[in-house]
Design a protein around this ligand. Structure first.
Ligand SMILES: *[C@@H]1O[C@H](CO)[C@@H](O)[C@H](O)[C@H]1NC(C)=O
Ligand SMILES: *[C@@H]1O[C@H](CO)[C@@H](O)[C@H](O)[C@H]1NC(C)=O
Length: 272
């Protein structure tokens, strides 16, 4: 399987619950990014005053902040978001109570670890943001606060964790241990998995993979949506299709926009 196809699966292909909730590397990423999303949303909602149980961040002033900068703008409440996500997102795993040493229990441990890695990502990437005050942009005075990183940055960070995720197996006393002991043990920030990834290129109902046959792909893209990767080297068919678009839009006073409908013939590609 070409690199990247596995992760593409999560977004494009993997709709069968059984496949997505196995113990693969892609599952690890899905749990982490979902947990990260909760921390992100709750932290921001606190700051914007949308929740009655929390408000702006009350984090202490960072010790390395220059002395004449003010600390105390309304920051994202990452501490609250983190705590909330730990209670809320992990609850469904904790409720399960599978016997130790079973594959189901191992999966629960895996999910908890990956949830934590997702929360850590948002927590650790949050940073100090500042705004200038002072005479016409002189920036003689600054106010600073804690701010979430752009969520895309969190996604990219977790994608790196996905690439370096640690393979685990059931060890002594039902705990997870790393398959290859030569590597450093995973930290709370790392993703782990216990099952190999299914082959997402081919349809397989028992793993929940839909396969990529018949999927639209982009002939010129070198990314995951490109025909090369997505069709797993099997090639693609080309056909022409009509595409309808709004065009020649005009603004009329006042106030609406009127468009025409244009139709063009475009090439489309589908995986063999
Ligand atoms: C489906 O996947 C399972 C588990 O990886 C494998 O044992 C089986 O051979 C696959 N079936 C097909 C039809 O490829
Ligand atoms: C196909 O990929 C190219 C290169 O990434 C991009 O510029 C183009 O917009 C894509 N086409 C479609 C239809 O998505």
């Amino acid at each position: 399987m070409p690199p990247g196809v596995g992760l593409a699966c999560v977004f494009f292909l993997c709709v069968s619950l059984r496949g997505c909730f196995s113990g693969s590397r892609e599952t690890a990423f899905t749990y982490a990014i979902s947990a990260a999303g909760v921390v992100n949303a709750v932290s921001r909602a606190c700051r914007e005053g949308e929740l009655s149980t929390c408000g702006c961040s009350r984090d202490a002033r960072p010790s390395d902040l220059p002395r004449d900068w003010l600390w105390g703008g309304c920051g994202d409440n990452v501490k609250y978001g983190y705590r909330f996500a730990r209670e809320f997102v992990d609850a469904r795993e904790r409720e399960k109570n599978y016997p130790k040493g079973t594959m189901d229990h191992a999966r629960t441990l895996m999910n908890l670890q990956n949830n934590e890695a997702g929360r850590q990502a948002v927590y650790n990437l949050a940073n100090v943001a500042c705004k200038c005050h002072g005479v016409s942009g002189s920036c003689s005075l600054k106010t600073c606060w804690l701010q979430l990183a752009d969520f895309r940055q969190v996604g990219e960070y977790l994608k790196e964790k996905y690439d370096s995720a640690a393979a685990m197996r059931i060890g002594r006393k039902g705990k997870l241990e790393q398959v290859d002991k030569r590597f450093n043990a995973p930290t709370l920030e790392d993703l782990i998995y216990i099952d190999p990834s299914p082959d997402y290129c081919l349809r397989n109902e028992s793993t929940g993979s839909l396969g990529t046959q018949g999927r639209l792909c982009n002939k010129t893209s070198e990314g995951m949506d490109g025909c090369e990767l997505m069709c797993c080297g099997r090639g693609y068919d080309q056909f022409k299709t009509y595409k309808h678009e709004r065009c020649h839009c005009k603004f009329h006073w006042c106030c609406y926009v009127k468009c025409k409908r244009c139709t063009s013939l475009v090439d489309q590609f589908v995986c063999k």
